[in-house]
Design a protein around this ligand. Structure first.
Ligand code: AMP
Ligand code: GLY
Length: 423
């Protein structure tokens, strides 16, 4: 198959790396990709994923048999609808189904309609109503811009004053633009978070290995929130019982609910779960592979990814056996100096040799005159897998010396929770 992958992050390098191992692959293209994907696939950087007509033309010219959409923005913009209308096979939800991520108001109301456990909430478009609600509630809260905000739209205010100024900034000053036309105010929950992704053809569901990521910049979960500083899988805290509970009370009602409401969801459904004293609760749904979670989950997948994606599109996922390595994987994000604020870029990267169970997924890199330069906050996801989590941790940290650029920073305690939780 000729395959086109859309996106440019660590998630896309991990998908491209896995696709590259498929016996079904003829030629892989990545739009726009990064320096890492350019080593294993052909880079497409003369068209934009926003220009659906240009992508359609490209797919026809290159006889693309399958398009895989990595990030949420093109999904929310309806790229799957545009390509499908031209008869181009596409992996990912339609615009209507992608609302499960693109509109937090839709997502919360959807969960309420289908009794999917989630924090108590209310939604607002008017500041006065939102402020009135703040006066009434007696529990800690979280404020969320409803629309897509590049992972920055969730605020956990510490004081009432901070909550009020956050609401003003979103609803009046439009700090998130149109993404903040509506806000969700929800109860703040306590517990460990688990990212559970699942393949689905709209009816059948196959969960992937549960992962945990680390959102804070510094060791010990201190410092500012980031897009994610590392991840590991499987998460030992997420037992078989919890997996069964998540299937029964979250994944199945979500997929059944989307289908019965006329928006069948085909693709990867990502449930951001929190394990509270009262059981599992859903913090968010995403309609795509997670980043960095994908960087630890796909190296543990034994089955050909292209076969799985085809089965999802063709509606016969239930006929496929999906197998996982009985191993653990750890990904440590190597970030630029200044991340997550103002980052230093254009630093030259040098690489040493990595063993077979370690791969350096590129996230923020560009190929300039055959040299790899940094071009973003999170530059790499250095990922290792091994028979147990401690060996995977050792493998990843003993190889950070094999990737180097000026100002490189990373956490030294990724996967610490797995060790505490393990026997
Ligand atoms: P979301 O994008 O909705 O998953 O939110 C991003 C992050 O904010 C989550 O991974 C949590 O760490 C935090 N968060 C979101 N909602 C809640 C909540 N109701 N209670 C506590 N933390 C939350
Ligand atoms: N790791 C969080 C996300 O992909 O949204």
């Amino acid at each position: 198959m000729n395959i086109l992958l859309i996106g440019s992050g660590g998630r896309e390098h991990a998908i491209a790396w896995k696709i590259n191992q498929s016996s079904k692959l003829k030629q892989l293209y990545v739009l726009p990709g990064n320096a890492g994907t350019s080593e294993i696939a052909e880079t497409v950087n003369d068209i934009s994923a926003e220009d659906h007509q240009a992508v359609i033309k490209f797919c026809k010219e290159k006889m693309i048999d399958l398009v895989i959409v990595g990030p949420e923005v093109p999904l929310a913009a309806g790229i799957v609808d545009s390509l499908s209308a031209e008869g181009i096979r596409c992996f990912g939800p339609t615009q209507a189904a992608a609302q499960i991520e693109a509109s937090k108001v839709f997502s919360k109301n959807f969960m309420a309609r289908h009794n999917i456990p989630t924090a108590r909430y209310a939604t607002f478009t008017k500041l006065d109503d939102a402020l009135g609600y703040l006066d009434k509630v007696d529990h800690p809260i979280v404020i969320k811009a409803s629309g897509l905000a590049a992972g920055k739209g969730v605020i956990l205010p510490e004081t009432t004053e901070e909550a009020e100024s956050t609401l003003k900034s979103i609803l009046i000053e439009k700090s998130f633009g149109d993404a903040g036309t509506e806000v969700v105010i929800e109860e703040r929950l306590e517990g460990q978070e688990v990212s559970l992704m699942a393949f689905t053809d709209g009816t059948s569901i196959v969960p992937m290995l549960p992962a945990q990521d680390h959102k804070r910049l510094l060791d010990g979960d201190r410092g500012p929130n980031t897009g994610g500083m590392g991840a590991y899988a499987p998460a030992p805290i997420f037992t078989k019982d919890l997996m069964n509970e998540a299937l029964k009370s979250v994944l199945k009602p979500a997929i059944d609910g989307m289908r019965t409401e006329g928006n069948p969801f085909v693709g990867v459904l990502y449930a951001g779960l929190i394990l509270t004293g009262n059981g599992i609760s859903v913090l968010e749904f995403n309609g795509r592979f997670g980043d960095p979670e994908t960087q630890v989950v796909l190296p543990l997948l034994e089955t050909d990814l292209v076969e799985i994606l085809n089965a999802c599109i063709d509606g016969n996922l239930k006929d496929l056996d999906i197998a996982w390595k009985n191993e653990s994987a750890v990904c440590v994000v190597l970030a630029s100096k200044g991340y997550p604020e103002k980052v230093e870029v254009n630093k030259l990267v040098t690489f040493g040799n990595l063993p077979d169970n370690v791969v350096c997924f590129h996230a923020g890199t560009a190929n300039v005159n055959k040299r790899v330069l940094t071009c973003g906050g999170r530059v790499f996801g250095l990922t290792a897998w091994a028979g147990d989590i401690q060996s995977a941790i050792n493998a990843v940290y003993s190889n950070t010396k094999n990737v180097s650029f000026d100002g490189m920073q990373y956490r030294t305690d990724i996967a610490h929770r797995a060790l505490k939780g393990s026997k």
